[in-house]
Design a protein around this ligand. Structure first.
Ligand SMILES: [Zn+2]
Length: 336
């Protein structure tokens, strides 16, 4: 995989995208990821073992490129949060079983003291899109990833806004439907609980269990457990009215959520990524219409709603943007 932008000063960076099942680690220049290696996360071995394998993957890619003698200027890591970006500590990540784990310090120690910077996966994906993808033209933008869950990143004046304690941008946990389905965060009626890929499949499954949906019954061979979000889109496209209603509701919830975000932040662009956006052709126009219904003229005008452009690479490109930016900040004494 290669992406070229900005010639840079010849520095080399490590970039890492840590997920619950797989990790991608690579070596990059200022504007281009030169090569990557994918390894299974293997959470059960413990956090230090994961860190050691990340360091191993970075060294392995460096060797493949014939660059093992070249020092790294820094390493950027995209990791599920919540976390503390200043201390480099992941506070709590259920998927990885990490609790207060100082991943930046441990990875730095495993890589001969190279500075390591971390940010949560949604912030990284948002920064990746802003620096290299669908958001390059906008100083004020909000990124949402709509996948098994829903995460977000707020970019104001070209900079990620992390809030008071690194907890800004939790768009998936805005209450959109009071009294709605329970959410993993402990609340109920959150956007994530009613508009994520998981929520779409769950809602359709309920319809099928109630015996109301012959299309889904056919697509799943009669087993409600096999209902997936893409099946709901397929059924809707084939004219299934119930599945069309599920998607209309999802677009409505997302439209309300985005309108609320626009009311507060007045962004130029909203970028939507994640697996559910593989159905952007169907979903994006519906969401756009619903969102605009709730906005006032000055916010509506010029506002762009777009699909993310980097796909699975957004997190890794965001890790690159993170380390580039933190290195510049460190050099200039600017700690923001
Ligand atoms: Zn929630």
């Amino acid at each position: 995989m290669t992406m070229t932008q900005n010639a840079g000063d010849g520095s080399l960076f490590g970039v890492v995208d840590v997920g619950g099942t797989k990790i991608v680690a690579g070596i990059a220049t200022e504007g281009e990821i030169l090569a990557t290696e994918k390894i299974p996360t293997e959470v059960m071995g413990g956090a230090d073992a994961v860190t050691a394998r990340i360091a191993g993957a970075i060294r392995s890619v460096q060797a493949q490129l014939g660059l093992e003698g070249r020092p790294l200027a820094g390493v950027g890591v995209s990791v599920p949060g919540p976390l503390d970006t200043a201390l480099g500590i992941v506070s709590f990540t259920p998927n990885l079983h990490w609790v207060d784990y100082p991943v930046a310090a441990r990875l730095s120690a495993a890589l001969d003291g190279v500075p390591v910077y971390i940010d949560d996966d949604a912030n990284c994906a948002g920064q990746g899109e802003a620096a290299f993808g669908a958001g390059v033209d906008y100083a004020h933008q909000v990124y949402l990833t709509i996948s098994t869950g829903i995460g977000g990143a707020v970019i104001v004046d070209g900079r990620i806004d992390r809030g008071f304690r690194d907890a800004a941008g939790e768009v998936g946990h805005m209450t959109i439907l009071p009294g709605g389905p329970d959410c993993l965060c402990g609340n109920s009626g959150c956007l994530e609980a009613i508009a994520s890929g998981t929520a779409i499949a769950r809602r359709a499954r309920q319809l099928m269990i109630q015996g109301q949906d012959p299309t889904l019954a056919r697509l799943t061979g009669g087993d409600p457990e096999r209902v997936t979000a893409p099946m709901v889109f397929e059924a809707a496209a084939s004219g299934d009215v119930l599945c069309q209603t599920v998607l209309d509701d999802v677009a409505n919830y997302l439209g309300i959520a985005l309108a609320n975000i626009v009311m507060v932040l007045n962004p130029q662009a909203i970028i939507l990524g994640g697996g559910v956006m593989e159905q952007a052709e169907v979903l994006l126009p519906l969401i756009d219409r619903r969102m605009r219904m709730h906005l006032i003229k000055v916010q509506r005008e010029g506002l762009v709603l777009k699909r993310a452009a980097l796909g699975d690479n957004s997190g890794l490109m965001g890790a690159l943007q993170l380390v580039r930016r933190r290195r510049v900040s460190a050099a200039s004494g600017d700690v923001s």
